[in-house]
Design a protein around this ligand. Sequence first.
Ligand code: GAL
Length: 967
Amino acid sequence: MNRRQLLLASAGAGALRAVPAAAAVAAPPTVDGFPMPRPENSLPPRPVRQDPARTLLELGWRFHEGDIAAPAPAGHAETYLSAMAGNAIGAAAVLYDDSDWAAVRVPHDWAAAQPFVESANISQGYRPRGIGWYRRTLLLDPADRGKTIELHFDGIATNATIWVNGSVVAHSWSGYASVYADITPFATFGDEPNVIAIRVDASAWEGWWYEGAGLYRHAWLVCRAPVAIISDGVYCDPRRDAAGRWQVPVVATLANSGRAAATVTVEATLFDPDGHAVQRASVAATVPVLEQADATLTLDVGDARLWSVETPTLYTLRVHVLRDGGVVDVRQIPIGFRTIRFDAERGFFLNERPVKIKGVCLHQDHAGVGTAMPDALLSWRLQRLKAMGCNAVRMSSNAPTAELLDYCDRMGLLVMDENRRFNPSPDYLAQLEWLVRRDRNHPSVIIWTLWNEEPLKSTPQGVEMTRRMVAALKRLDDARPVTVAMNGAFNDPVNTSTEVDVTGFNYYQDQYDVYHRLVPTKPIISTEDTSAYQTRGAFESDPKAHIATSYDREAAGWGAPHGPSWKMIADRPFVAGGFVWTGFDYHGEPTPYEWPTISSFFGILDLCGFPKTAFGLRSAQWIDDAPVLSLAPHWTWPGREGHSIDVVVMSNAEQVTVSLNGRELGTQAVDRFLGNHWKVPYAPGRIEVVARRGGRIVARAAQETAGRPVALRLTPARGVMAGDGEDVQPVTVDAIDAKGRHVPTANLPARFTVAGAAIIGLGNGDPNSHEPEQSPPDHGARSLFNGLAQVIVRAEVGRGRIVMTAQADGLAPARLMIDRLAIDPPGQVPAIAPQQRIAQWRRSAAFDARPSPDLAPSDGDNNSWAFVRSGTPTPVETGGRWRVYRAAITPWRAVAAGGGMLRFAAIGGRAELWVDGKRLADKADGAAGPLSARVPAGAGARRIVLVIEADAGGESGILGPVTLAAV
Ligand code: GAL
């Protein structure tokens, strides 16, 4: 069943659904008055794959934590060789023995598995990062010989060197920019494996937040026809002309890795959201050898259904490259038709309608998984934001992962797309240009931002640096405005706001009016505001225990609580909107505290995505088209009977009326910014609120006093999962009382088992917890924090059932079953076992008579013995049919310990095989044929010698691969 069929099936009668155990999913838990979303019986959207030439390269990696120093070469010959292409040494060497490295799958964040250590960097969440190595072996189909082969790493934290087959193919200086390495000239085909080695230096950092470590985004192998569109090579951002007609100008950048210039046809077809082709055009382009050429055409669309926040309508542009009548390349790019405009008086306009930007800043990590964010979890997080009326995200302060933009296009979230480094020097401009090329077709992207809070902002250097970066950006995208996130200096005589289209304010909310008065023609946006502190589920600050109340009272000195912060923006039409710091908590930056606090307090949702009180307030502030109502705190305060409790009601209705145990406590006109407040003497029972509009009740919410916890409960986000080995979801763990009510005060250790899926992360949203966030795949442990914990699971492959249990001492266990549906896994480059191959040989001159097997070149003699690769025949010269071939190798662990089999696939000529001075085997037949011998155990360098006598007229030498393998 494919995804579309599944969605149809789940929508109709007999829908595929989870089969919850008795305790599970009876009633969704409420947190601070919010019902957790009910489990859905649908699958998460798979990200759009625009480029079918890319195949995931995520399984079969090996990982070593820590650096591996390359051994100093012994002698001149080794030094000489180590300086040559293909001859990287140490862990980058083709033949390095990685058999004791850990098997891992990418995306992989090794920092997420680290303990919290006080001496490690506070901003990175007290997790040691350091250096790590990855290796992967892969085979390329002989049919792909002649094609363009690339490796794509969407994100490596932080600096990296990548080798393929012993040669450096890329250096990466950003943890946020993709690495596209063209490995065409280095690649081998057929049964000769390609070896990728990557040294990742995560002791470097680019931010002041948790950045993870390693290959933490998707990795791909790309295999394109010799003449094809380059990576990110289609530019197709729709435009509306003066007459109101929509056009799609298309520029496809082609490259030719072949040996002759080629003329191809580029054909672009626009499909409407129902899949009907609505426009088509084509153009011919000639691409010179090893050069690039642009194919340019325009689709005249006329009317189009518009993309908006409410209705994110997407069309698809399909671009074909045709050569000699056949399709050689294709891209499928979702695009949206919308206009954008920032107005200095009235803010942001989407499709000529004012839209207040209700945004959040995000970092890219989540509880448990760190920065190795699975696509499905990312999509779940964005849905949580959308559910509170958020309409925009800013990935602060770095380039987002491509999948985020894809989801934002589909969900109708606006994006402030951000560059990391403030630096117009060529290396860093290249990072900015990569970002713009990759992202400029996304309808969700409405503005670029170049940097965040740079101290040079009010200097002539800062102005000049910004000017150059803006120019570079505008060369690639003249349709979107550019901003920078300034913290002050807005009205300094020299400042960078003069260089950008929109002035970005980080905090300094009291300066909005001043700036607007002094520079009335410049649009303003709050790039960052609020920085309020809340601990989810806590309603009393305790600075000693590093706890911040979840009443909207605490904020950084430079920020403001959610209520007043949004009011400053909402009351000013000339402020286009804002981005709250932050949507979710994140690891690192534990402001205002330090050790032992390891994550932030700024989130509207916690590290697990559980809503704090701020979620209710923001929902009341931001949602206009549906009733919003919640109240806080919870109502379980044993021992506090008779004490006054502050009750806050958050609603977007007109009036709210609170009652306790059936007795009305009064009605107030709604304050959407600050919420409505009551002082209520605590009595156990039920506190309830009704919201009215026009006198009619539009919503009700309540909190009930819970008894002591008697059982655990498991609530999945979805009742079904795709059995594709990729699908991931968070499962909520809470404790319930005898009546099945969520117990918000439960702080108790719980244990889990999972079958049919793997645990990939654990969390509970407590910024002060040092419990491990990772566990073995089939069992784990985590304490409930203020009533909640989270287990993140990844479904195994194939149809079946996921069974999860939760246990806590003295409580009834919970059991959850989730149906795993048969969904094809996405294609992956097959993993193969690494092999020790002896490819590099030295070959003596030709002799008339049998030479001694001891014959060897002297150290420093780079010339009288040739360097030959296995698989290379040697021409038979007259007068000298004898030659010696020598190789030195260090057997891998298994062979060193137990001996192994040395196999020559084909030798031309009669041959003697000598290993470490012992004659191990002979080949008597002069025709090409195999030779093998058992090699005894023994570590360290081993000497392999062949003495070959060529047959007259035949091909001589080492004609095929040579392998040494354990038996
Ligand atoms: C800002 C900064 C953010 C974060 C925030 C915390 O100054 O841009 O990255 O550090 O402060 O309040």
